[in-house]
Design a protein around this ligand. Structure first.
Ligand code: KG4
Ligand code: ZN
Length: 347
């Protein structure tokens, strides 16, 4: 049998994504971002995002079909993000996917966005080994996962107890007066700063925390610490060394993420670690993980930075895995679930 040809739709936040994938081969990945419409608010405005999805979805679909050079009725299924994400935004993609499913008479697969961030690496590095560790770092989530099977068996062994890593980047960027989203801006500015300039705290790494929260994260104390440090400077009329603040903040985030990800692999006996989500595009995180996994004898899988942020191809390739396992398609009556837990791959 030939590899499944799957159309994937993503609309959980501010990117309207339509991807087309055959097996693990990427045929098209069209992303229309509404980020510019949110910049002046310093964060995503849900209603603005929903309206932008409504405008962008059909043009993105048309471009993807043209790029992949397929006829829509050749597809074997429609994969779509059913959650987690912004309710009004999710509903747009889900409605489009349902309409396509009915019109083309093809199965619908309502899938988990977070698992899509992990699955996208299959497009770059092929099938996963039997058990893989995954560090999922996005704007809304930060988790350590054990992936026994990408379509059927995912266990969360740790998560943030407050802010997500991407959220911390966005909040720190905001307090420094930098643009939204903060991750890519801080990543760039940090390159010219000294990561050792300021000793910002590493959340949940104290001995007592390593008992109760060994694989959990906390970034809200770090954010507050950066905020206090910057405010003190401003109050004293001193210039804020933005590059040093960015580099030192970034080092604190990446130090904890990498240390806990490697520790989880060692504790669980995992020899492969995969990273996914928007923050996985971060240059320091990628470099530090490379160093620390190599030192620990762990193989590292990093999707290319362009596939780390939200897109439709990640949902399409997760759809391929679900179809290959013969799992039952979703009902046409499924709803969007803004709080869908990571262990629930298929709705
Ligand atoms: O996965 P994603 O595109 O959307 C969600 O599912 O949340 O992640 C978006 C997050 C934002 O917080 C953004 O600031 C962060 O990913 N991000 C980065 C980088 N690129 C995007 N954070 C750090 N460094 C980057 N290069
Ligand atoms: Zn995402």
């Amino acid at each position: 049998m030939s590899e499944p040809l799957i159309l994937g739709i993503e609309s959980s936040c501010d990117e309207t994504g339509v991807g087309i994938v055959r097996g693990h081969e990427l045929l098209a990945n069209e992303v229309a971002s509404s980020v510019e419409q949110h910049v002046r608010f310093g964060g995503v405005v849900p209603e603005v995002a929903s309206r932008a999805h409504l405008q962008a979805i059909v043009p993105a679909l048309k471009r993807a079909v043209a790029t992949a050079d397929i006829d829509l009725d050749e597809v074997d299924g429609i994969a779509v993000t059913a959650g987690p994400g912004l309710m009004g935004a999710l509903v747009v993609g889900l409605s489009a996917a349902k309409a396509l499913s009915v019109a083309l008479n093809k199965p619908l697969y309502g899938l988990n966005h977070l698992v899509g961030h992990v699955a996208v690496d299959l497009l770059d590095h092929g099938p996963l080994p039997e058990r893989t560790g995954a560090l999922l770092v996005s704007g809304g989530h930060t988790s350590l996962l054990v992936v026994d099977d990408i379509a059927t068996s995912i266990t969360e062994v740790g998560a943030t107890i407050d802010d997500a890593a991407g959220e911390a980047y966005d909040k720190v960027a905001r307090l420094l007066g930098l643009a939204y989203p903060g991750g890519p801006v801080i990543d760039k500015l940090a390159a010219d700063g000294d990561p050792k300039a300021i000793a910002f705290p590493r959340g949940l790494t104290a001995q007592k925390d390593l008992v109760a929260h060994r694989f959990d994260f906390s970034f809200s104390g770090l954010k507050t610490s950066v905020s206090r440090w910057v405010e003190t400077r401003r109050r004293d009329g001193d210039e804020v060394p933005v590059a040093d603040v960015c580099a030192s903040f970034q080092e604190a985030v990446c130090d904890v993420l990498t240390a806990k990800a490697v520790a989880m692999c060692q504790a669980e006996g995992l020899t492969t670690l995969l990273i996914g989500g928007g923050v996985a595009a971060n240059s320091r995180l990628r470099a530090l993980l490379e160093e620390r996994t190599a030192a620990a004898g762990i193989a590292l899988r990093r999707p290319r930075p362009g596939l780390c942020t939200d897109n439709g191809a990640m949902m399409a390739v997760l759809g391929v895995e679900v179809v290959k396992r013969g799992l039952r398609p979703s009902s046409l009556e499924i709803g969007a679930d803004s709080g869908l837990p990571v262990a629930k791959v298929l709705v």
